[in-house]
Design a protein around this ligand. Sequence first.
Ligand code: MN
Length: 285
Amino acid sequence: MKKLILIAVAVMNALLLMGQNAPLQSDVRPLIGVSCSHPGNNSSTRMTYTNSVIKAGGTPVLIPVTTDSVVLKDILDRVDGLLLIGGGDIHPSYYGEEAVPELGEVDSLRDVYDIALIQMAHDMKMPMFGVCRGEQLINVAFGGTLYQDIPSQHPDTTIRHRQKEPGIEATHCVGFVEGSILGDVIGQKELMTNSFHHQAVKDIAPGFRISAWSLDSIPEAIESAEGKPIWGVQFHPEYQTDNGDEVSARFFYFFLEEANKYRLQKVRKQVINKFQGIGRKVQLK
Ligand code: MN
């Protein structure tokens, strides 16, 4: 009997992992809100992000850069997941520090916009996946801190985290923490990644844990330690995903699976509300 249960658990685990190794198969494609930057006053995002969402079985919707919280909430009400893209530095005032001389360019409009999106999506229990700046912002929004500049603040670093090669080139190794969700998603202990950052997670936010490290002890991925659907990576798997790499694509396959669960829950709630509404009408008569 015990053996049978063990086999059943193994099969279930294999099926769960299989689900993450392929694009989402669903009649309805979940809508994924993709955050934007605003170069030259244009709200825009790189196509590697939107292509990764499309490849994983979702439909991307760009969220224009605005600080109008009513509009941002209106968009989030209609999507099933939030993808937070990369970008410049976050102002250290968000984690109670003065700016060091090595801090790069900050963008107060995007800081307000991105943090508003994270807080609203969290209130809605919506799955969110942060890439690079997106990952750092998740950590800051939940009370963590950052290295404002790795070379000057983390003297032990021995790895080049700001590569000059294009994004499809992987330049350093990332090791996943055993038992971490993102480690399970990727299904291997190590992954060669690209690296385009001079900031990184320093103190992990309460309720979160580090799921991957570089070999010189820089946090390279984070996830909720409380079962919330929130994950982030310091590297850019969307380049490899868009370039046909099936391992990096697992992050997006997993994200779309979770977004689809959220979508189905939303549909269920709408049906229940509808029936309760009919019940009330009948009672009034
Ligand atoms: Mn790195």
